[in-house]
Design a protein around this ligand. Sequence first.
Ligand SMILES: [Zn+2]
Length: 295
Amino acid sequence: MKFIIGILISVNLLFGFSYNLEPKAVNNDIYCFFGDVKEPNKHNNGFMVNSCYIKEDGFYIVVDSGPTYIFAKESFEAMKKIDDLPVKYVINTHSHDDHFLGNGYFKSLGAVIYASEKFHENRNDGRMHEHILPEAFDGTTTVLPDKYLTNAEEIILGTTKIINKGLHGHSTSDIIVYNEKSKTMLVGDLVFNERVLALRDGTIKGWLDYIEFFKAYDYEYLIGGHGHDTSRQSYIFTKDYLTRLENEVRKAIEMGDGIDESAKIIKFDDFSDYALYEELHSKNVFKAYQLLEWE
Ligand SMILES: [Zn+2]
């Protein structure tokens, strides 16, 4: 009996929880793990976010370390099969937990982690474990960045530039990553596609200004924090939604509609088939109203 239990435990350890990750090549230098377009749940186990690897000369740069320790470990194991390079740097595009809770794994490999100096404003690391399987969260702890970019600072790592424009966009801590060699822009949650965005910690004006800022770069691929579209135009879904939100809410304020009423009646029928519309749209209207009310 002991023997059988022993075998069962070993099998469980060997074949424990797995995300079954497969990297997708965006171009010759960029590989990404594209997550589910939903909120974290016990099916996706937090893999509802994009995490990417930039292949530099002799090392990788990871852009967003993902939702858990196990996710980070599995993503790196998959990348080693493509090219067995060390991860030298990790960039956290902002401080929402789905984007940075994999830091602990990369830190254990000796990687240096970069983020905005505003990383600790709106930092969110308490939500993931409530929504996913405990075995997926195993080993995950909050590991903070090592280096912080000040306002307007740029840092060059190989053929990659990290840029902190210092605007309050999706959050206060948004930074963007530009790989010059492959002409790829990685912008975290400044771009959502295939699902409705979350305005929760953001501002409409700063977000639209950030989009105008990165659009001016010479790039061919644009990778957001959520959604699979990596085309140059993949910001349009986000820009259209935010612009529309601003216009409709301004109109409601001018007409004297209240905040609760506006959150109920402002509907975007052409976005309603997209994921998370039911969960997030009226919250976005509510937040937009709060932002625009006193302008
Ligand atoms: Zn976010």
